[in-house]
Design a protein around this ligand. Sequence first.
Ligand SMILES: Cc1cc2nc3c(=O)[nH]c(=O)nc-3n(C[C@H](O)[C@H](O)[C@H](O)COP(=O)(O)O)c2cc1C
Length: 196
Amino acid sequence: MKNLVLLMGLFMALNVSAQDIVLPKPVTTGGMPLMEALSKRSSSREFSAADLDNQILSNMLWAAWGFNRSDKRTAPSANNKQELSLYVVLKSGAYFYDAKANKLVQKVKGDIRGKMGNQDFVATAPVNIVFVEDKSKKGAGATDSGYISQNIYLFCASENLATVVRGWFDANVVKEALKLGENMQPILTQTVGKKK
Ligand SMILES: Cc1cc2nc3c(=O)[nH]c(=O)nc-3n(C[C@H](O)[C@H](O)[C@H](O)COP(=O)(O)O)c2cc1C
């Protein structure tokens, strides 16, 4: 009982709600040499249903759109508007990637993966990433999203994971399922998982 109270106090002190996922610190060294990763980069549409562990998830999200300087990131952004957010859709729910806190903040509970696209594998692959543009920032989301997507592709090549970027989804369905605000627009999606 005493331990439980201590644990709850710790969570409150860290401002973490029980459903959020605190990611382990990303490992930002190592990986495959760049030219080898470029040689292996490809799209794959066959995914194992197995979950990715949180360390891989943390490393991948940092590679995608993490901070590599105090206020700038692993992908460029026109006029540094940083208008894009990544939402991570797992079996357990949908989460906002808080890159500064290295945390997945739960926005939706339950499995909504099937709403993230029109291809069968979307509903069963462990991770779907949604690129959401804050239109009020008047940035270059369509261009900026390509850099983030390629970062994910190269990370997946380096880690022998499967991935495919997807433009074939219903933005209204995704927007509603993720409970996004008026200015927040899903513009691209990408599926990631272990190879089948
Ligand atoms: C903007 C964009 C949208 C795409 N949308 C889809 C999609 O909805 N579904 C899909 O299976 N592949 C999609 N792709 C992946 C392409 O089909 C793939 O990149 C192309 O066939 C070349 O294959 P490669 O990535 O293995 O080189 C998309 C690629 C881009 C760049």
